[in-house]
Ligand binder design. Structure first.
Ligand code: SAH
Length: 575
């Protein structure tokens, strides 16, 4: 495997003293994020509270790690996950003051390349210990992007033969080997062979495949993924082309949402791109016009071989992706990891400015589209337009996107649209911790039994329906969670709502008020329904009103705990 799609590195620091070096390294990898220990480093890009768990999670997510701390700490921390099969991203330890760069893991993932880059930027030397790398100045087993190594085990034997003093021939086009100090000799028995043709592996050859082959397909795409993948492999084999040289699958835009096609591309380990041409031969000619007619064009498949490895980003377009995400109440530790990953892959981020800022920091290449809070449908349509161009688009909501937020607006825009490009977008809704749940957790468990969630805003529904629902929810003795309780343009509604509640609930009913929960300046207040006044509440407040059974008792620190018991009626006679 070559280093085709490295994730952006994580630069992990434990203290402020490492920040300058971290920023220096970040200039080399502008997409990298600096992770700082909470409480010790304020202005990192991300904060973490547990070093070990964070490092192991990054490792398991295949994220290259640049840890600015002692190599020993990194080794001990990652030791438990090293024996697991699967990923091995580059891992480096760098001295806090930038005086030493030690590549630790990920020799085949390009760790030595990174170590040299970082060392050059920090004006020091990388502690390279890999013998092949030292001797030849490059890792033969880790060809650059656009090339794939034939077989790792055979490759290791080949390199150890080279190290024992044999000479080598280079067959084919391998521009990056020009700089390597290889013991070259035209008569050598050992050969590095670079080519896209099928070839029997042997001990005397290191096979490297340029990923310059494109397969366009149409035909019966209702086939399951394995059949699609097997058809591609068979067509390559018939043309004597190695499957390792495949760089890209190409299909018609009409097939963009076909799951079998995506699964086949994934199992073949290649990108899947789309064009609007009809036949496979036309597809290849549309994206690679400089080529001669495709190699074969049988049974709905055309194969094109380019002179150089394919630049996949330049071929047709990708299937666009749109994710409607929930940030949670505010603090990043309440944001689910899938949302963080989605933000990292986004090309475009849309939303109300306050929330877009909360979702940051962003990289320079990410485009932010900040709009007014009220323009939900315009924003939803804009998101589909961008995603339909093949971009990766994120629409941000606070809390959960499905709770009085953007998910329903985005689905409404899609439902109303007859644009097939919009319907083919890869659409995901990713949940978040909603304000009612975040507030409830702070107070204890005021929503510990049946409860009712309502928005008191009458912008999008008649006030009468709010009164009716409130009255019925109170009759049913549900605990109540009020979103959008009050605003400058809706000054009287909360007072009227409380009048209705008071017709059903006693003045002692506990009311929990969470303001800016999970954000700077968070406050939590517990009052009684009798004490509650609209002045206690603003548009950044969550109002939780208890049921007839909700109760309060003091915590050790004097603050109250609030909870609604799990049972109803009389307390059951069970532990
Ligand atoms: N989708 C959001 C709710 C949007 S409606 C969610 O799931 O949380 C906006 C209302 O939510 C605000 O008027 C306020 O009542 C409440 N709210 C949102 N974030 C809050 C926070 N951090 N603290 C308290 N209330 C919040």
């Amino acid at each position: 495997m070559s280093t085709t799609t490295l994730n952006a590195p994580a630069i992990v620091i434990l203290g402020k003293g490492a920040l300058a070096t971290a920023r220096h390294i970040q200039q080399l990898y502008p997409q990298a994020l600096i992770y700082g220990l909470a409480g010790r480093v304020e202005d990192a890009d991300r904060s973490y509270s547990e070093f070990g768990a964070t490092l192991r999670q990054l490792y398991q997510q295949d994220t290259p790690i640049i840890a600015l701390c002692a190599a020993g700490i990194v080794i001990r921390t990652l030791a438990p996950v090293l024996l697991e099969k699967g990923v091995e991203p580059p891992v480096l330890a760098v001295a806090e003051d930038g005086s030493a760069v030690v590549p630790l893991l990920g020799g085949l993932g390009g760790v030595n390349v990174m170590a040299r880059e970082i060392a050059a930027a920090l004006n020091t030397a990388a502690a390279i210990t890999t013998s092949g790398e030292l001797r030849f100045g490059t890792c033969l087993l880790n060809p650059p992007a656009g090339y794939a190594l034939g077989d790792l085990e055979l490759g290791k034997r080949f390199v150890s033969d080279l190290l024992s003093g044999e000479s080598v021939r280079v067959e084919g086009d391998a521009p990056w080997l020009a700089q390597a100090q290889l013991p070259e000799n035209d008569q050598a028995q050992l050969a590095i062979h670079v080519g896209y043709g099928e070839r029997e592996p042997s001990d005397h050859e290191l096979l490297i495949y340029p990923r310059n082959v494109l397969v366009a397909l149409s035909g019966d795409l209702a086939d399951p993924a394995e059949v699609v993948a097997d058809t591609v492999k068979a067509a390559l084999h018939d043309s004597r082309i190695a499957v390792q040289a495949l760089g890209c699958l190409l299909a018609s835009k009409a097939e963009m949402a076909n799951p079998a096609l995506h699964a086949a591309a994934e199992s073949l380990g290649v990108a899947l791109r789309f064009t609007d041409a009809d036949t496979p031969a036309e597809m290849t000619q549309q994206v690679l016009p400089q080529l001669l007619p495709p190699l074969t064009s049988a049974a709905g498949i055309a194969i094109a071989v380019a002179a150089q490895p394919l630049e996949v980003e330049q071929i047709g377009c990708a299937r666009g992706r749109l994710a409607v995400i929930g940030l949670g109440p505010g603090a990043t530790e309440f944001m689910i990891p899938a949302v963080k990953a989605e933000l990292a892959r986004a090309n475009d981020v849309l939303g109300y400015e306050t929330y877009v800022r909360m979702a940051g920091p962003f990289r320079a290449d990410q485009v932010l589209h900040c709009t007014d809070n009220r323009k939900e449908m315009l924003r939803a349509r804009h998101a589909f337009e961008l995603a339909a161009e093949g971009r990766s688009v994120v629409v941000v909501s606070s809390g959960d996107p499905g709770v009085f937020a953007m998910a329903a607006a985005v689905l409404e825009a899609l439902h109303e649209s007859d644009n097939p490009d919009w319907h083919r977008v890869d659409l995901h809704i990713l949940p978040g911790v909603s304000a009612s749940l975040a507030t409830a957790a702070l107070a204890g468990a005021p929503l510990g039994h049946d409860f009712c969630v309502m928005s008191l805003s009458d912008n999008l529904k008649p006030w009468e329906i709010i009164e009716k629902r409130l009255d019925l929810a109170c009759q049913a003795d549900l605990a109540l969670a009020f979103y959008n309780p009050i605003s400058r343009s809706r000054p009287w509604q909360l007072g009227r709502a409380l009048e209705i509640v008071r017709q059903h609930r006693s003045p002692e009913t506990p009311v929990t008020l969470g303001r800016d929960v999970g954000r700077p300046g968070q406050t939590l207040r517990v009052v009684t329904l009798g004490e509650l006044m609209p002045e206690h509440v603003d548009m950044r407040t969550m109002v939780l009103i208890g049921s007839s059974l909700t109760c309060v008792f003091p915590r050790a620190n004097g603050q109250p705990w609030v909870y609604t018991p799990r049972w109803y009626g009389a307390k059951p006679d069970i532990a």
